[in-house]
Design a protein around this ligand. Sequence first.
Ligand code: NAD
Length: 362
Amino acid sequence: MTTTRRNFIKNATVLSSVAAFSPHSFLAATQPLKEKLGIALVGLGYYSTDLLAPALQLTSHCELRGIVTGSPEKAAKWQQKYGIKDKNVYNYDNFDQIANNPDIDIVYVVLPPSMHREFTVRAAQAGKHVFCEKPMAPSVADCEAMIKACADHKVHLAIGYRCQHDPNIQAYMKVGKEKPFGKIKMVTSAAGYFDGRTTHWKQNKALGGGVMGDMGVYALQGARLATGEEPIAVTAQASTTRPEIYKEVEETMMFQLEFPSGALAACHTSYGINMNYLQVNYEKGWLKMEPHSAYSGNNGSLSDGTIINFENKNQQAKQMDEDAFAILNKKPLLVTGEEGLRDIRIVEAIYKAAKSGGRVKI
Ligand code: NAD
């Protein structure tokens, strides 16, 4: 118990030091800034409109300079709202001309998942760094092609896993790594919300829909990040309570993971249920987070009384700033294409397991 307590205090100190890892203090402590990188958002739907564009008004190392959209009406509104120059507005057909535009350093792909590969490859061919939203793509083959295109054209590829930039998530990753409560026995994680739409890409297989890739990756990441391990086998069950809407893709997926250390995970994701939590049971204690993958307010506690509740002013601003900073200063990116691929490899195994009803080795 004494050792555990000592480890906890050490750990608590480490956790407090994570608090200092806010974008501003972290970046201010490093070398002087060279310049801002220009970002072009591709796809001006919900996430670009409500989260990324507002976040880009708060960033220090990158800024919104361009847009790529199929809608001239949207383009006009965005130009007016964000002062975007005519020469930095593209549609999906003339997008490749972005190669000749020195204002744009990074193309951020915020389209339905089935389009991530095409626009990542075209951006790489245009010599632009790529930020790509999750899920990285519908298949492992797509992810591999995206990684290859970026490597071939010597540009960076970052996946929009905003949570990995959140000090609260970094705190539970640290507990998993340092193991103050012994081995991990069981992880339970869930990520879902009620989606009332009926004809969105999320319900369309050809566009990369299905809850597993969209929300399921948060439940999966919870288990992977909390254990710091990669699963070796999965079982899974897909279901729907609204078959009239979820004709092509699953509304709900429950999946179970086996890790090399013997840790197990029971994960849930759904478009029909509001849920967002993570629980980790160790040999000698537990960690609970609720929510664990929200835009803000991810917080939780450990069985010894430690509270995880770091301030995180704007997750998306921190993510884009840290990635831009890494590119500017030739530092490694926090979440690369390889990390996106790790999840999709497991997602493919989960679909295979749900279809066969059996245990699928990874
Ligand atoms: P959305 O449906 O609101 O927007 C999608 C955009 O793509 C729209 O502007 C639409 O016009 C455009 N589009 C172009 N071609 C299309 C086609 N053939 N079919 C449908 N739309 C087409 O979706 P969203 O919620 O903004 O999601 C976009 C991406 O961002 C997805 O990969 C999603 O998973 C991701 N996302 C990430 C987070 C996060 O927290 N990281 C949150 C929300 C969405």
